[in-house]
Ligand binder design. Structure first.
Ligand code: SD4
Length: 340
C-alpha cells in the first residue's frame, strides 16, 4: 500500500499522478476464464469461445472458434457475406496470436470462408507470419480450404450498387448516433432491427490455465481501394498478445491504429501497470495527439484484458461497444467510454 511518505517520494520524482491514474483506473472483471470481443456480433462469437474456455480448453482454440461464428454469418460484414472493395470484390484480412508469442495472418485473401483458420495455419505450418493475396489463397487451398464462389451476398450486392451511385471515398464515423440509414462509403450496413453491422470482430481471451490469446478478422472497410490493408492483419496494430501481460485488439479506421502500433501500445501500457481501460484510453489519446483533425473525423476502438482477467475498452467516438463473457449466463455488452 502506498503511504504518505512513499507518495511524497513518488511526487518528488513526478510520479505521483501516474500512480494515481493507475490506482483510479476502472477495474472491471478479474475473472478466469474470460473472453471479450468487439461489437454486438461478439455475443454469439463469445458463446462459441466460452464453450471451449469453460471446458478448460486453450484460449487459442477459443478465439479461433469464436470469430469463426462471425465469419460464417452471411448476415454480417465480416467474412464472405461482407461488403466488397470498390472494384466489387470481397477481400478479407485476419490475424491470430497465441500465448507463446506465435502469430500468423492473412491479408486481402479472396473466396475463403475462414481467413482466421488460414492465419492459424500460417502461424503453425510456415516459418512466416503473414501471407497476402493470391499467395495466401494458394496456401489455403493447398491446406484443404475450399474455394468458395466469387459472389456477393444479397446485402452486399445491394450496398455496393447503392454506393456506386455516388462512389464517394470518405469515411463515415459515429454512424450509430448519426441517424443515418442505408449504406455509406466505409460504413457498416444496418440490420432491419436497427442494429449496426460492423466489418470486424476482434477477440481476446484468458483461459483456465492463465494463458492469453487473440484473434481479429475483417472485410476491412467496405468499398476500400483494391489492395488496401487495414490494421487487422498487422500484428501489433489490430492485435497483440503478450502472455506476461495480456492482450488487446482494435476496430475502426485501421490507418489510425497502424500509425501508433495501437494494440502493441495498449499491451505495453498494461505492462507498465495501467488497467485495461486506461491503457486503451491512453492509446486513443495518442491518436488524438498525433493528429487532432484526423482523430475527430474517424472512429477507433480498443479492447483489452490483462492476466488477472480484468477487461476494458475505450474509443474515439461514442457508439463503440464490446461483448464480455465469463459464464454461461454472463455474456453482455459494455459501452466503451469515448474521447470526443
Ligand atoms: C480496418 N479496422 O480494416 C478495420 C475495419 C473495422 O469495423 O474495424 N471495421 O481498418
Amino acid at each position: 500500500m502506498l503511504n504518505r511518505k512513499s507518495f511524497l517520494q513518488l511526487s518528488s520524482l513526478g510520479l505521483g499522478s501516474l500512480y494515481f491514474s493507475k490506482l483510479n483506473a476502472a477495474t472491471r472483471g478479474g475473472f478466469k476464464p474470460i473472453v471479450i470481443s468487439t461489437w454486438a456480433e461478439g455475443i454469439n462469437a463469445n458463446k462459441a469461445a466460452w464453450e471451449i474456455l469453460k471446458n478448460k480448453g486453450r484460449a487459442l482454440d477459443a478465439v479461433e472458434a469464436g470469430v469463426m461464428v462471425t465469419e460464417a454469418s452471411q448476415n454480417c460484414c465480416v467474412g464472405l457475406g461482407a461488403n466488397p472493395d470498390r472494384d466489387g470484390i470481397v477481400t478479407l484480412d485476419a490475424s491470430i496470436m497465441d500465448e507463446n508469442g506465435n502469430c500468423g495472418s492473412v491479408g486481402a485473401i479472396e473466396r475463403i470462408k475462414h481467413p482466421i483458420s488460414v492465419a492459424r495455419r500460417v502461424m503453425e505450418k510456415t516459418p512466416h507470419v503473414m501471407l497476402v493475396g493470391q499467395g495466401a489463397q494458394q496456401f489455403a487451398v493447398a491446406e484443404g480450404f475450399p474455394l468458395e464462389p466469387q459472389k456477393l451476398s444479397d446485402d452486399a450486392e445491394r450496398s455496393y450498387k447503392e454506393w456506386l451511385k455516388k462512389a464517394e471515398y470518405k469515411p463515415v464515423i459515429n454512424i450509430e448516433n448519426s441517424g443515418q440509414k442505408g449504406h455509406g462509403p466505409f460504413a457498416p450496413t444496418r440490420f432491419d432491427n436497427g442494429d449496426w453491422n460492423h466489418d470486424t470482430i476482434g477477440m481476446v481471451a484468458l483461459d483456465a490455465m492463465g494463458n492469453v490469446s487473440g484473434s481479429c478478422t475483417t472485410s476491412g472497410m467496405g468499398f476500400k481501394m483494391r489492395g488496401r490493408l487495414g490494421d487487422s492483419p498487422i500484428i501489433g496494430a489490430g492485435l497483440f498478445v503478450d502472455n506476461e501481460v495480456g492482450a488487446a485488439t482494435a476496430t475502426g479506421m485501421g490507418e489510425e491504429v497502424i500509425r501508433i502500433c495501437g494494440t502493441h501500445l495498449v499491451v505495453e501500457l498494461m505492462r507498465q501497470g495501467y488497467k485495461p481501460e486506461d491503457a486503451c484510453k491512453k492509446a486513443v489519446e495518442r491518436i488524438v495527439k498525433k493528429n487532432y483533425e484526423r482523430a475527430k473525423a474517424n472512429q477507433v476502438g480498443f479492447i483489452a484484458i490483462n492476466k488477472k482477467g480484468e477487461y476494458g475498452g475505450f474509443c474515439l467516438q461514442s457508439g463503440f461497444n464490446f461483448a464480455v463473457c465469463y459464464g454461461d449466463n454472463n455474456n453482455f455488452m459494455v459501452d466503451a467510454k469515448h474521447y470526443f
